[in-house]
Design a protein around this ligand. Structure first.
Ligand SMILES: C[S@@+](CC[C@H](N)C(=O)[O-])C[C@H]1O[C@@H](n2cnc3c(N)ncnc32)[C@H](O)[C@@H]1O
Length: 241
């Protein structure tokens, strides 16, 4: 049976790869590289990382990621159908035996469906952990993730828009937010730490009381997206008690 090694690569900086990750990539028989039509820069980045860390030529197989089917109205069903479609593409790209490696952005455990898609296939899965965008965000600002003895809630922009500030949460981390959803909150008493391209050379970070910095973040996000053609951003908010 094929072994599929899911290698957490960190958030776009070759220096984020652990020695274990580098060993796994060099030890693969083939490396799979997904291409996203709306973010071709990400495949380019993966190739650039490989150029830095491979010490022998490893065959690469590139494939286009299918898109979600907008005709499926219900969110969970739409995502499940999308994962099925991706699994089919992987099944064609993965050789019937040997060791295939897939570079997973950040870490496969966090807001990433690679493990769920891999579970649809007959492969042995091994995970190499990577630096997450949550860690890269905290490092960018030099802040701890949690306050002393307090929990942290990690959520998405969509959930923040739909549900507002999660009850009982002192610290909220928001990912997958293309719409600056902090704008839907009453900003009074909230501090925010925001980073785009966290850990990368083009990293942008803005922090401060939400009422004072919200407009600056929205403008910076808009401008950076236009310049680079893609953006990934993440933010942490705390409510002052
Ligand atoms: C599909 S999730 C992947 C998360 C990834 N598995 C991780 O461990 O961080 C993509 C989201 O992660 C966040 N993200 C990933 N890389 C980032 C980066 N370099 N800077 C800021 N946010 C990032 C963004 O919120 C983005 O929308």
């Amino acid at each position: 049976m094929t072994e599929l090694v899911l290698v957490g690569i960190g958030t776009g900086n070759p220096d984020h790869l652990t020695r274990e990750a580098i060993r796994a990539l060099n030890g693969a028989d083939v490396i799979l590289i997904p291409r996203k039509e709306d973010a071709p820069g990400l495949a380019t980045l993966r190739r650039a990382i490989l150029a830095e860390v491979l010490d022998r030529p490893v065959p690469m197989v590139e494939f286009d990621l299918p898109k979600r089917d907008p005709a499926i109205a219900e969110y969970a069903a739409r995502v499940a159908a999308w994962h099925d479609a991706i699994a089919q593409v992987w099944a064609q790209a993965i050789p019937p035996q040997g060791r295939a490696a897939m570079m997973v952005w950040g870490d496969p455990s966090l807001y990433d469906s690679t493990l769920r898609i891999a579970a649809r296939l007959s492969v042995d899965v091994r995970v190499i952990p990577g630096i997450t965008s949550v860690q890269a965000l905290c490092a960018a600002h030099g802040i701890p993730l949690n306050e002393v003895g307090e929990p942290v809630l990690v959520t998405t922009g969509r959930r923040l828009r739909d549900g507002g500030w999660p009850s009982d949460a002192a610290t909220v981390v928001v990912m997958l937010d293309g719409e600056c959803s902090f704008g839907c909150l009453d900003p009074a008493g909230i501090d925010i730490w925001w980073s785009a391209y966290a850990g990368m050379p083009q990293q942008i970070s803005i922090a401060g009381p939400l009422p004072e910095v919200a407009a600056r973040i929205v403008a910076a996000r808009h401008e950076a997206r236009a310049i680079h053609g893609w953006i990934m951003d993440i933010y942490l908010m705390r409510r002052r008690s």
